[in-house]
Design a protein around this ligand. Structure first.
Ligand code: FA5
Length: 345
């Protein structure tokens, strides 16, 4: 019987050694580093192939086959060992008595509604209980609905009171919630009452009481006879319900082309208690709630006969009301997205 060549003896020995090392790997990490050492790109088994030039030519084919067989065996042994280790790990975890499924987790940090949404929801509830529809109208409006239908033609200086973000298609981002007035008149049969809260946009410089994107709530009541007394009474009900305290308000004449007569309702600044601060521009008062009786031209634009129907309307500055309710000194904090600010509510 011919003697085995040296390389054959060496490979046979290698199989035994790798098998022992693999069987003795006690952790998945140890097995993985063994796998890299045996079979990796720079591993010892693929490295054996580099010795082919030193093998006698007649043995080279047999040598290559022996190295491949060694590689296959080592890979199979590693897989088998990995299965064993994984099973053992699962069994250990299942038997671990230190795991207490009844133990409570670290407290979860719960989110909450944004203060603007909270106050808006409160307003909706108050008006809903008084028989008002709560409507949601588009943020993109036509020039006609945002201005002309509200008695503000193109030449009117009142256009400059609300600097506008124009869109390429000739439409605009609504500068106030008032275009909802005419929409609602077309949508509902008079008499009706409705509020329409929402975001509005103005192309203007910002400061502590002015944002380019802010929130308003429009209110509209259409009936055969409405009075300024009823309008003011509704405003008072709204403010004391939302602010949950007695607040000083004052009424001044206000000019808006879509109401006649028009009023400005100001509130005593709740941030500085009227002493004067950046939120109220050191005046002690904040413009909050313009309102008035709907102009006959607007009723006409809404398809209503001003001889038969009357209306009152208001345009509440919701962002400013939130500032007053919570004592927020700067309107820009509301939409700034800073969690350190928002998490206080
Ligand atoms: C209007 O927007 C009218 N459409 C309101 C109205 C409706 C009048 C119905 C009569 C009848 P004004 O531009 O004043 O009006 O804005 C209304 C309120 O929005 C202000 O009183 C103020 O509280 C708030 N407001 C106005 N501009 C800003 C701004 N840049 N940032 C934050 N709040 C603002």
């Amino acid at each position: 019987m011919s003697e085995l060549p040296d390389w054959q003896i060496e490979i046979d020995g290698a199989i035994g050694r790798w098998q022992t090392d693999i069987d003795e790997a006690l952790t998945l990490e140890a097995l993985r580093s063994l796998e890299v050492r045996a079979l990796g790109k720079q591993g010892e088994i693929p490295g054996l192939m580099k010795r082919i030039p030193q093998i006698p030519p007649q043995d080279r084919k047999a040598f290559g086959q022996a190295v491949n067989a060694l590689q296959t065996q080592a890979a199979a042994a590693i897989e088998t060992r990995r299965d064993v280790l994984v099973e053992a790990l699962i069994a250990t975890e299942l038997n671990d008595t230190s795991f207490d499924p009844t133990q409570s987790l670290a407290p979860l940090r719960r989110g909450h509604t944004h203060p603007l949404s909270t106050v808006q929801a409160d307003i909706e509830e108050i008006f809903h209980s008084m028989g008002f529809h709560v409507l949601d109208y588009p943020e993109i409006e036509s020039e006609f609905d945002n201005f002309e239908a509200l008695n503000i033609p193109g030449w009117h200086p009142a256009r400059e009171m609300q600097d506008t973000f124009w869109l390429d298609n000739g439409h605009l981002l609504r500068t106030h919630t008032s275009p909802g007035q005419v929409r609602a008149m077309h949508e509902f049969q008079a008499p009706f009452r409705a509020i329409f809260p929402g975001k509005v946009f103005r192309y203007e410089a910002t400061d502590a009481s002015h944002e380019h994107t802010f929130h308003q709530v429009e209110g509209l009541m259409i009936d055969r006879k409405v009075t300024v007394g009823h309008l003011l009474d509704s405003m008072r009900t709204l403010l004391s319900a939302i602010l949950q305290r007695e607040v000083e308000i004052r009424l001044r004449p206000g000019y808006f082309p879509f109401v006649e007569p028009g009023f400005e309702l100001d509130i005593r600044c709740q941030v500085c208690a009227g002493k004067g601060c950046s939120a109220c521009k050191r005046r002690g008062w904040l413009e909050l709630l313009p309102c008035g009786l709907v102009h006959p031209n607007v009723l006409r634009a809404g398809g209503l006969d001003p001889e038969e129907w009357q209306g009152w309307a208001f345009g509440l500055g919701l962002s400013r009301l939130v500032m007053m309710r919570y004592g927020v000194p700067d309107v820009r904090l509301l939409m700034g997205g800073d969690l350190r600010f928002l998490s206080q509510f």
